[in-house]
Design a protein around this ligand. Structure first.
Ligand code: ATP
Ligand code: MG
Length: 398
């Protein structure tokens, strides 16, 4: 939407579930504003909030490109459902009408004879016109200026007007936001991030529910190359747009995998390894004050994800394991991965550490007692602490 000289461009952010949060609402909103500030830190913007709307004031003289960049960036911030590029004009029927005419002109839809509607909302009841009176006034002028037909049921172009306490805002269409809750408002969790398609989507889903997510990746080094680490890092960089200040921890896991393999329990090796990953993750979580683990398991997708094997995994640690993809189909997960931008990274080839231990046939009904026996021989609890000691951090920005 190109801006003309009329009015001041700004961006409106509409809050979603945050407004339902009752007594915690202040905390949520404070968190959200801090997240917005951080996400938009490249722009010297100012924020103001009233009634479930954050107004982003752009730097003086900012043009359409800045407004568009800010709006686009804002669609990635969890907690915001809708983003609108708006004009801020004086709260007076004349100024509002003029701005509305310019908006229609700029929409590019006036030439094609689009059916249109005007919808106004009056937050300030002292404004001299009621909403339907303002609709009719502005709609009449648009009709006369461009000769467009009014259509209130199925318009092709809608001009929205919000009359606020100190000003009025006008906009046409909006951009869909990420929705969900502000990152950090639900606490912190540690996501087990492989190089695959599923785990980045799982992490994204939990960020959207208000968790700040740290990432833990198990690499097969020294028996594999470092490729999987680069992939994990690239994935975290992509996911970072939803939360900022992300942290990736990498566990050199190859030697521990060799010990599992040496235990000779071929069919149980994958589950034993997964339990060791979870025990290590729980120890790392304790150190970084994360209150839950996140995995990309989806029920029945592979042999390690049968109900019996998921039960065996839950049994390995005391922390809750969040599995947001548990009821999703692979096709749905892939579509979401594409949408959030992680799919093309996940599809890059790598040497996944799990292939070090791929048995000919894997157990689908692992018995916990059998797993415990392997773990006693390995001294799994002690091994998990040693593995947690060996993690290497990769921090994204300060
Ligand atoms: P993904 O697509 O996320 O790799 P998957 O369908 O390949 O999942 P599994 O290999 O059984 O399924 O992994 C299940 C979950 O275990 C993953 O989603 C991830 O959370 C965790 N996981 C597996 N391998 C690793 C690894 N090398 N590092 C960290 N987490 C891992
Ligand atoms: Mg995998």
């Amino acid at each position: 939407m190109p801006f003309t000289a009329l009015g001041e461009p700004c961006v409106l952010l509409k809050l979603g579930e945050v407004v339902l949060k009752g007594r915690n609402r202040d905390l949520f909103e404070t968190r959200l504003r801090a997240n917005v500030k951080h996400a938009l830190k490249d722009h010297p913007i100012r924020l103001r909030q009233r009634h479930g709307v954050i107004v982003v004031f752009l730097p003086k003289g900012a043009g359409a490109e800045v407004a568009e960049a800010v709006a686009k960036r804002a669609t990635e911030i969890p907690g915001i459902v809708l983003v609108q590029l708006a004009w801020r004009v004086p709260k007076d029927p004349d100024a509002i009408t003029k701005a509305a005419v310019e908006l229609v002109r700029d929409s590019g839809k006036a030439e094609s004879g689009a059916r249109f509607a005007v919808r106004s909302r009056r937050r300030d009841k002292r404004f001299p016109l009621r909403s339907n009176e303002l609709d009719r006034l502005v709609g009449g002028v648009i009709k006369d200026t461009f000769g467009l037909p009014v259509d209130l049921t199925d318009p092709e172009l809608t001009v929205y007007i919000e009359v606020d306490r100190d000003e009025a805002f006008l906009y046409t269409d909006g951009l869909q936001g990420t929705g969900g809750l502000p990152v950090g408002s639900s606490g912190r969790a540690l996501a087990l991030l492989s190089g695959g398609i599923d785990s980045p989507v799982a992490a994204y889903r939990m960020m959207r529910r208000g968790l700040r997510v740290d990432f833990l990746h198990f690499s097969g080094i020294p028996y594999t190359t470092s490729e999987s680490i680069y992939k994990a890092y690239a994935l975290v960089r992509t996911l970072d747009k939803f939360q900022g200040r992300s942290r990736l921890w990498v566990v050199p896991f190859g030697k521990a995998q060799q010990s599992i393999k040496a235990s000779g329990q071929d069919r149980l090796a994958v589950i034993a390894q997964r339990r060791l990953m979870l025990k290590t993750a729980a120890e790392v979580a304790r150190r970084i004050h994360a209150e839950a683990l996140i995995t990309g398991d989806s029920l029945g997708q592979v042999s390690s994800q049968t109900l019996a094997n998921i039960t065996a995994q839950d049994n390995a640690v005391e922390l809750p394991i969040l599995r947001p993809l548990i009821g999703m189909d692979k096709a749905e997960i892939i579509a979401e991965a594409r949408r959030i931008g992680t799919l093309e990274i996940s599809e890059l080839p790598d040497e996944d550490c799990c292939t070090l231990l791929a048995p000919r046939s894997a157990e689908t009904r692992a018995k916990i007692e059998d797993l415990r026996q392997i773990e006693r021989r390995l001294d799994a609890e002690e091994l998990a602490v040693q593995l947690a000691d060996s993690i290497r951090p990769y921090m994204l920005e300060a």
